[in-house]
Design a protein around this ligand. Structure first.
Ligand code: PEP
Ligand code: MG
Length: 904
C-alpha cells in the first residue's frame, strides 16, 4: 500500500517533529518554532504544513495534496489534547493563528489570519473561559476584519475610498461619543460584529463562514495564495528568491496579549541591533495583540519598563533570550506574548543589524567564545563596513526630516556616507563657495572630468543621470566623497540655477542632504557625525586604545589578513588618497590614472597646448611644461606608498575631454598659443569624435604621439631616482592602457624601457620597475599569450572590458540597463558586479593564455569591480593575485577576499 507523504509537522508540549535545519520544508518561521519547542522554550502548540504542499497546490490547479485533510485533523487533535480545548467547541474553544513563512523571510509580503475559530457560539465559550466579554468581542471583530481582507478579498480597489470596516467603527464611535476603539464596550463590539457580517453579505453576496473548519481551509488557501500576490512576487524578484519555493503555513494555538493588564505583547533583540551592544533591547505593549505593535497605533514602551511592570516575565524572557542566542550562536529577534502572566514565544529569527552592530556582535561573540574567527568573518556583509568609515547622518534627525515630508527622491547609492551642504550647480562655484567657508553639495545633471576640482571641494555630489560607474560615482568613491548618482526625479536647470522635484524647488544656496549609503536625497540640513575609525587612523585622535569601534574594526581586519589569499591595492592618483588607503592596509597602488593629474591647477592650459600643437616640436614645448609637475605628482605618490608597488598608467582618455568648450576658453588659449581663434576652433572641430570611448584613447595616444609616453616615463623615473637618492624605495609599475595587440605594447614598452635606461644612467641610480598592460579589450584576452611576451603584468580593466564585451556604452547604459536588470535579462548591473559568464569567461581565457607564456605573470584587476564583494570572490576563484579598488573600499575588499578564501 503506498504510504501518504508527510505534509504536516507537529510541535508542542516540549516535542517537535521538525528542527532548525528544515527551513526548506517548514519555512524560516516554521523551522524556528519547531526548534524553539525542542529546546524547551514555551511555544503555543501547533503544526506546519510543508512548502511541498504549497508547491503541489500550484502545480495542481489549486488542489490540496491527498492526505492533507486527515493529517491536518490528526494534528489539530494533538493541539486540542495538549491544551484541553476543542476547535469549534462552544464551551471551551480552541482558537488558532494561520501564518505564512517561506524559506527566506519575506517580511510583510504574505498573509496571516489571527483569532480563527470564532463564531456566534464559540465567542460565548471564550467569554466563559476568560470572563471578559469585551475582549472576546474585540477578538471576534478583529478576526472578521482580517479574514474578510485576507480570505474573502474584501479590499477596496479605489485607493481614495475609505475602508468599509473603519467606516462602521468610526460611525459607532461617533454615536457613542468616544475617540478610541478601546472606549467601546462589549455590547458596542457585538453590534459591530453584526454590522461587519451584514456588510460582508452585501459585498460578497454570501455569508461569513461560521464553521471553524471552513474558516481554517479558507485561511490555508489564502496563505498559499498570498505566495503569488503582487507584493510577494515583486519582493522575490528584487531579492532573487525563486518563485518555485512556495510558502509553508503554520497553524498555531492563539495566546492573547490583550486579555487585561497582566498581558502584553512585544518584540525583543538579544543585542542592540543598531550598536551591537550586549544589552537586552526591545519594546512591548500592555494589553495588546501583536499587530498593534507593528501598526504603530499605540507607541510601544521600552522593554526595560517590563521589568517594573511584570518582573517575573521580564526575568524569564531575558533568560530565554540568552538561551536562544547561545543555541543559535547568533543575535536573535524574537516575538513574545504574555497571557495572564504566562510568557510565550511566537517567533525567533536572526536579527537584522547595522554595520556597526554587525562588527561589534561578531567580534564580541568571538571573544565570548560563542563563535570562531572564521564564523565572524563570514557573518559580516563586506559592504556593511562602509558604515564604519563614512560620516553618517544622525538617524533621529534624518527620520524627523522624512516625517516632515522632506525626502525629495532616491538615486543610486554611489558613494556611501552622509553629506549636507548648500546647493551649487557649477564646479567653479563649488570651489569659490568652499574657499569662503561654505559647505556645498555639487548638483549636476552629470559630471565630467572638468568638474574634478568642484567635486573635490564639495561635501557630496548629486547627479540626475549616470550609473554606478559614471564619472561622478567612480571619482566620488575614489575621493571618498559622498555621492548619489542618477536621481532621475531631479530636474536641474543650470541657467535658472534651480533644481525641481515635482513641485518642490531648491535654489542655489538652499540646503540639501544626500545619503550615499541609501541613495536618499533630502531637502534641508541634517546633522552628520564623523566616522570614528577614520579619526583614529588618520588623525590619531581619539587614541586607538580609547576607541572601541576602531579596536573591533582593526581586529576584524587582522583576522581577514590572516586568511585572505588575494592582495588588495588601491586606485589613487594623489598622495592623500594613497595615504588613506595605506592607513587601511592597502598593499600598493593598482591604478594611478595620470590624466586626473592633468586637470589640476593651471596644467589644463599646458595640456591643451600640447593637444592643439601643430607639430611635434610644439607638443614637446608643451610637454616640457608638464614634466616638472608630473614628476612632483609621482614623487608624492611613490613616497606615500614607499616600498610598495605603484601602478602608473600612461595617458588614457579621449583627447577631446581636454579641449576648451566655450568661446572664452578658446579665446584665452588662442592668445596663449599665439594663434588665431578661428584656427584653434577648426582644430577643436577636427578632434571631435562620434564615439570617443572607442576612439583616440588609451595606448593609441602614445602610439600617435610617442613624446607623451616619453614625457610620462621621464617624469616617473626622475621621481623614482630622486626618491632613491633620498633613501626611499620606490617601485613603479608602468601600465599601458587599451592594448589590443602585442605590437602596440611592444612599441610603448620600448619607449618606457629606453627612457628608463637613459634616466637611470643620468642619475647613476638603479630603480626596480615593471612594464605591463591593462587587459580591457576582448581581443587582448584572446591574444593574451602573445601580449604576455611583452608584459611583466596584466591588470584587468573591467570597466572597459565590460563595455566592449557586452557592447554597452558605460556612459549611456544607465538609460536602459536598470530595466534590463528589473526584467531579469541580466542578473545584475554588469558595471557593478562582473558578468561572470561573459566578461568572466574572457578573463579566464586571458589568465590561462597569459600564464601559458609566463607562468608567474602578475595579474590583478583595477576596474571598479575590484571593490565589489561578489566580484572579489570571483577574482579569488579565477586565481588573480590582487584586486585594486578605491581607498575607502580597501577594508571591504579585504573582508570579501577573506570570505572567498574561507569559502573556496
Ligand atoms: C577600466 O577600464 O576598467 C579602467 C580601470 O580604466 P578606466 O575606467 O579609466 O577606463
Ligand atoms: Mg579603461
Amino acid at each position: 500500500m503506498p504510504t501518504t507523504k508527510k505534509l504536516v509537522y507537529f510541535f508542542g508540549g516540549g516535542r517537535a517533529e521538525g528542527n532548525a535545519r528544515m527551513r526548506e520544508l517548514l519555512g524560516g518561521k516554521g523551522a524556528g518554532l519547531h526548534e524553539l519547542t525542542r529546546i524547551g522554550v514555551p511555544v503555543p502548540p501547533g503544526f506546519t504544513i510543508t512548502t511541498q504542499a504549497c508547491v503541489y497546490y500550484y502545480a495542481h490547479r489549486r488542489q490540496y495534496p491527498k492526505g492533507l485533510d486527515s493529517q491536518l485533523t490528526t494534528n489539530l487533535q494533538r493541539i486540542e489534547k495538549i491544551l484541553g480545548r476543542r476547535f469549534g467547541d462552544r464551551d471551551n474553544p480552541l482558537l488558532v493563528s494561520v501564518r505564512s513563512g517561506a524559506r527566506e523571510s519575506m517580511p510583510g509580503m504574505m498573509d496571516t489570519v489571527l483569532n480563527l475559530g470564532l463564531n456566534d457560539s464559540t465567542v460565548e465559550g471564550l467569554i466563559r473561559r476568560t470572563r471578559n466579554a469585551r475582549f472576546a468581542y474585540d477578538c471576534y471583530r478583529r478576526f472578521i476584519q482580517m479574514y474578510a481582507d485576507v480570505v474573502l478579498g474584501l479590499k477596496s480597489t479605489d485607493k481614495a475610498a475609505d475602508d468599509p470596516f473603519e467606516r462602521i467603527l468610526e460611525k459607532k464611535k461617533k454615536n457613542r461619543g468616544v475617540r478610541f476603539d478601546t472606549e467601546l464596550d462589549a455590547e458596542d463590539l457585538k453590534e459591530i460584529v453584526t454590522a461587519f457580517k451584514a456588510m460582508i453579505r452585501d459585498y460578497c453576496r454570501k455569508d461569513f463562514p461560521d464553521d471553524p473548519h471552513d474558516q481554517l481551509w479558507g485561511a490555508i488557501g489564502a496563505v498559499f495564495g498570498s505566495w503569488n500576490n503582487d507584493r510577494a512576487i515583486a519582493y522575490r524578484e528584487l531579492y532573487k528568491i525563486p518563485h518555485s519555493w512556495g510558502t509553508a503555513v503554520s497553524v498555531q494555538a492563539m495566546v492573547f496579549g490583550n486579555l487585561g493588564e497582566n498581558c502584553a505583547t512585544g518584540v525583543a533583540f538579544t543585542r542592540n541591533p543598531s550598536t551591537g551592544e550586549k544589552d537586552f533591547y526591545g519594546e512591548f505593549l500592555v494589553n495588546a495583540q501583536g499587530e498593534d505593535v507593528v501598526a504603530g497605533i499605540r507607541t510601544p514602551r521600552p522593554i526595560m519598563e517590563l521589568k517594573t511592570i511584570m518582573p517575573k516575565s521580564h526575568a524569564q524572557l531575558q533568560k530565554i533570550c540568552n538561551a536562544i542566542e547561545k543555541h543559535y550562536k547568533e543575535m536573535q529577534d524574537i516575538e513574545f506574548t504574555i497571557e495572564n502572566d504566562k510568557l510565550w514565544l511566537l517567533q525567533t529569527r536572526s536579527g537584522k543589524r547595522t554595520g556597526f552592530a554587525a562588527v561589534r556582535i561578531a567580534v564580541d561573540m568571538v571573544e565570548e567564545r560563542i563563535i570562531s574567527k572564521r564564523d565572524a568573518l563570514l557573518r559580516i556583509e563586506p559592504d556593511q563596513l562602509n558604515q564604519l568609515l563614512r560620516p553618517i547622518f544622525d538617524q533621529n534627525d534624518k527620520e524627523r526630516a522624512k516625517k516632515e515630508g522632506r525626502l525629495l527622491g532616491e538615486g543610486l547609492a554611489a558613494g556611501p556616507g552622509a553629506a549636507t551642504g548648500r546647493v551649487v550647480f557649477h564646479a567653479d562655484d563649488a570651489v569659490t563657495w568652499k574657499n569662503r567657508g561654505e559647505r556645498v553639495v555639487l548638483c549636476r545633471i552629470e559630471t565630467s572630468p572638468d568638474d574634478i576640482r568642484g567635486m573635490d571641494a564639495a561635501q557630496g555630489i548629486l547627479t540626475a543621470r549616470g550609473g554606478m560607474t559614471s564619472h561622478a560615482a567612480l571619482v566620488a568613491r575614489q575621493m571618498g566623497k559622498v555621492c548619489v548618482a542618477g536621481c532621475e526625479s531631479l530636474h536641474i536647470d543650470y541657467a535658472a540655477r534651480t533644481l525641481h522635484v515635482d513641485h518642490t524647488e531648491l535654489k542655489e544656496g538652499d540646503w540639501i542632504s544626500i545619503d550615499g549609503s541609501t541613495g536618499e536625497v533630502i531637502k534641508g540640513e541634517i546633522k552628520t557625525l564623523p566616522a570614528e575609525v577614520l579619526q583614529v587612523l588618520l588623525a590619531h585622535s581619539p587614541d586607538p586604545q580609547g576607541s572601541r569601534v576602531y579596536q573591533q574594526f582593526a581586529k576584524l581586519m587582522k583576522w581577514a589578513d590572516e586568511v585572505r589569499k588575494l592582495g588588495v591595492r588601491t586606485n589613487a592618483d594623489q598622495p592623500d588618497q594613497a595615504q588613506i588607503a595605506r592607513a587601511f592596509g592597502s598593499e600598493g597602488i593598482g591604478l594611478c590614472r595620470t590624466e586626473h593629474m592633468f586637470f589640476q591647477g593651471e596644467r589644463i592650459q599646458a595640456v591643451r597646448e600640447m593637444i592643439l600643437a601643430d607639430d611635434e616640436a610644439g607638443r614637446r614645448r608643451a610637454l616640457a611644461k608638464l614634466l616638472p609637475m608630473q614628476k612632483q605628482d609621482f614623487k608624492g605618490i611613490l613616497k606615500a606608498m614607499d616600498g610598495l608597488p605603484v601602478t602608473i598608467r600612461t595617458l588614457d582618455p579621449p583627447l577631446h575631454e581636454f579641449l576648451p568648450k566655450n568661446e572664452q576658453d578658446i579665446c584665452e588659449l588662442a592668445d596663449v598659443m599665439g594663434v588665431p581663434v578661428a584656427t584653434l576652433q577648426d582644430k577643436v572641430n577636427v578632434l571631435h569624435e562620434f564615439n570617443p570611448m572607442l576612439g583616440h584613447r588609451g595606448c593609441r595616444l602614445g602610439i600617435s604621439y610617442p613624446e607623451i609616453t616619453e614625457m610620462q616615463a621621464q617624469a616617473i623615473f626622475e621621481a623614482a631616482c630622486e626618491l632613491r637618492r633620498e633613501g626611499k624605495n620606490p617601485f613603479p609599475e608602468i601600465m599601458i592602457p587599451l592594448v589590443g595587440s602585442r605590437q602596440e605594447l611592444h612599441e610603448q614598452r620600448n619607449i618606457v624601457d629606453r627612457v628608463a635606461q637613459e634616466t637611470m644612467k643620468s642619475y647613476g641610480i638603479k630603480v626596480r620597475y615593471l612594464v605591463g598592460t591593462m587587459i580591457e579589450l576582448p581581443r587582448a584576452c584572446i591574444v593574451a599569450d602573445e601580449i604576455a611576451r611583452e608584459a611583466a603584468f596584466f591588470s584587468f580593466g573591467t570597466n572597459d572590458l565590460t563595455q566592449t564585451c557586452l557592447g554597452l556604452s558605460r556612459d549611456d547604459a544607465g538609460k536602459f540597463l536598470p530595466s534590463y536588470v528589473l526584467q531579469g535579462l541580466l542578473p545584475a548591473d554588469p558595471f557593478v558586479s562582473i558578468d561572470e559568464d561573459g566578461v568572466g569567461a574572457l578573463m579566464r581565457i586571458a589568465i590561462a593564455k597569459g600564464r601559458k607564456t609566463h607562468k608567474r605573470l602578475e595579474m590583478g584587476i583595477c576596474g571598479e569591480h575590484g571593490g565589489d564583494p561578489k566580484s572579489v570572490n570571483f577574482c579569488h576563484q579565477i586565481g588573480l593575485d590582487y584586486v585594486s579598488c578605491s581607498p575607502y573600499r580597501v577594508p571591504i575588499a579585504k573582508l570579501a577576499a577573506a570570505q572567498a578564501a574561507l569559502q573556496h
